[in-house]
Design a protein around this ligand. Structure first.
Ligand code: GLP
Length: 244
């Protein structure tokens, strides 16, 4: 695991968007796994600025989302499809065909998980997977209790996660289920890049540092990946001691 502790949130965001840009700029036909959440909003903003600044054409690349809610239509303003359209696809005028999401929507169709895994394989696998972390250590929507062998499947969201994501839903209630890539599916990406910012992530990051292969904090599984980079701002790193 490579750990980068930055001096500010801005620096952390700049490093992460720079790493994503590097793939899009210098490699051909990249398959990037993308994440949602508040943490990633400034990352996409920064990445869009960098792409526009460099007049880059990124139409050859493709993007796979980690997860999607079940129980709301895909064009619902709080769906992850709407999220990625708003923060990344629309500002760059990218084609919808470049983006894939687990097919959730109002209800999840049988085999949707297997179909999604098949689609990722057909694309050649994920080159770089971007990840955030839930305050309970979840990755994608792999809540505590998710196993190392888990694959793309229907998952039940914890109350903590539903509360954390409440702001996205105005007066509506947060869906109880989602379709999420599993831990095993995430671990198959050739490279993993996690960003955690803010004090609300400090406990999860501390736990991640001190535990290994622990189902109660699925992010701990990532530490065995050969190419896992963790970028932290000072607040997210505030409860760890590095002994260096
Ligand atoms: C959601 C997403 C995760 C994301 C997490 C953290 O649960 N499924 O992929 O990492 O939220 O979100 P935030 O950045 O808003 O704290």
């Amino acid at each position: 695991m490579r750990i980068i502790i930055t001096k500010s949130t801005t620096e952390a965001i700049d490093i992460v968007s720079g790493m994503l840009l590097d793939k899009l700029e210098n490699k051909e036909n990249q398959v990037l796994g993308l994440a949602t959440g508040k943490t990633m909003e400034p990352v996409y903003k920064s990445l869009v600025e960098k792409i526009n600044h460099g007049h880059l054409n990124i139409e050859q690349h493709s993007f796979f989302m980690l997860d999607e809610y079940i129980g709301i239509p895909e064009d619902h303003p709080s769906s992850f499809k709407s999220y990625i359209n708003q923060h990344f696809r629309n500002p760059l005028h990218l084609h919808s065909i470049q983006f894939s999401l687990p097919s959730a929507g109002t209800f999840a169709i049988d085999d949707a998980g297997e179909e999604y895994e098949k689609k990722i394989k057909q694309a050649g696998g994920i080159d770089l997977q971007l990840l955030g972390i839930g305050s309970n250590g979840h990755i994608g929507f792999n809540e505590p209790g998710s196993s190392l062998n888990s694959r793309t499947r229907v998952v039940r969201l914890t109350e903590e996660t539903r509360q954390a994501n409440k702001a996205q839903f105005a007066s509506e209630s947060v869906p109880e289920e989602a379709l999420s890539m599993g831990v095993a599916s995430i671990m198959e990406a050739r490279e993993l890049l996690m960003l955690a910012t803010g004090t609300s992530k400090a406990d999860a990051i501390k736990y991640l540092f001190n535990h290994h292969d622990d189902e109660s904090c699925p992010a701990t599984f990532l530490k065995t990946h050969q190419r896992f980079t963790l970028v932290l701002d000072p607040e997210a790193a505030s409860k760890i001691s590095l002994n260096i």
